[in-house]
Design a protein around this ligand. Structure first.
Ligand code: ADP
Length: 175
């Protein structure tokens, strides 16, 4: 556990669909109509209610966020955000930063005290994991400046390697 201003940052290894927290974040695509990876896992575990709500949202731009309830999941809300597809010759870090930031902002507006993130854009969208984790942590740190309700941010890493990477990064940041 790490504490930065008013937010506690927790890192866990596991499946985000199992988390008990106010909001879990989905690394969705622009249609918000489901996909593979963590998106598929959330829709499968949460049931058709989430997709029904998503259909009414009219998609989501990269870096933006939308919210639905969480169906059968233990979380109260699913915040659907769209990270950028990685491009070697184009700096898309701001879009990834915004995906984290806008997800927190939206969850905060819904009075969420806890929010859990997967490693957005680091699967099919190909973002290098180390770079992506730096951006994720920076976004959370910056968000603490305007934060109202969020007490805890959990980074949920699916693989042991990703989990170790985040642990190392956070330890270095907090030095
Ligand atoms: P993107 O399209 O944004 O790259 P992916 O779903 O392909 O999204 O991958 C994002 C990250 O989520 C990857 O690091 C992947 O290992 C991880 N992931 C996949 N399933 C889960 C899950 N159930 N819980 C947490 N993380 C997951």
């Amino acid at each position: 556990m790490f504490k930065y201003n008013n937010i506690t940052i927790e890192i866990i290894k596991g499946d985000i669909t199992k988390l008990e927290c106010d909001a879990i974040v989905n690394a969705a695509n622009k249609t918000l109509l489901g996909g593979g990876g963590v998106d598929g896992a959330i829709h499968r575990a949460g049931g058709s209610k989430i997709l029904e709500e998503c259909r009414k949202l009219g998609g989501c731009q990269t870096g933006e966020a939308k919210i639905t309830t969480a169906g059968r999941l233990k979380a109260k809300y699913v915040v659907h955000t769209v990270g950028p597809v990685y491009k070697k010759n184009e700096d898309r870090s701001e879009l990834l930063y915004n995906a984290y930031y806008n997800s927190m902002k939206l969850a905060d507006e819904y009075n969420a005290k806890s929010i859990a993130f997967p490693a957005i854009s680091t699967g099919v969208y190909g973002y290098p994991k180390s770079e992506a984790s730096d951006i994720a942590v920076k976004s959370v740190k910056d968000y603490t400046k305007i934060n109202k309700n969020i007490e805890k941010v959990t980074f949920v890493l699916f693989s042991e390697d990703d989990y170790r990477l985040y642990c190392t990064k956070l330890e270095n940041y907090m030095k």
